[in-house]
Design a protein. Structure first.
Length: 143
């Protein structure tokens, strides 16, 4: 179940996630069994500040209501990518970004200049077997 599907599933049954419990399904990666009980009987499904599910101890004879797949690795990657994107937004070079918007072509001119510089270097190595660090076409690249 995705986060939305999980919330919809809980709402359709009138359950609160705090009154549910999870256990690992043996030999099934990222698969959890969901249980429901009285308030305080289980630990809940999720931590509010974690990328992990919250596992519960079960009373004897408890029967699962459903199974849930939680792609923990995928979710952790999503959280890491989102955090890095937010850091990039906070730290990006606004002047460079404004220049990208100003020329109206929809690409980062500095990044493209470096791509051309690297392609020229590769061609020089392939043709002549050498690399000139101070490139003779510097002015062309900067234009």
């Amino acid at each position: 179940m995705s986060g939305v599907a999980r919330l919809d599933w809980l709402e359709a049954r009138g359950f609160r996630q705090h009154d549910c419990g999870l256990t690992v399904v043996p030999h099934a990666r990222d698969m959890y069994a969901i249980y429901h009980g009285a308030t305080g009987e289980f630990a809940g499904i999720a931590h509010s500040d974690s990328t992990d599910g919250r596992l519960s101890s079960l009373p004897r004879g408890a029967a699962p209501l459903a199974c849930m797949v939680f792609n923990k690795d995928g979710y952790k990657k999503h959280c890491k990518d989102w955090r890095e994107y937010r850091e990039w937004l906070a730290e990006r070079n606004e002047t460079r970004f404004a220049g990208t918007l100003a020329h109206g072509q929809g690409y980062d001119a500095k990044n493209l200049m470096h791509a051309f510089r690297l392609l020229d270097s590769v061609e020089e190595i392939a043709r002549f077997g050498r690399l000139t660090v101070r490139t003779p076409n510097r002015d062309w690249l900067l234009r």
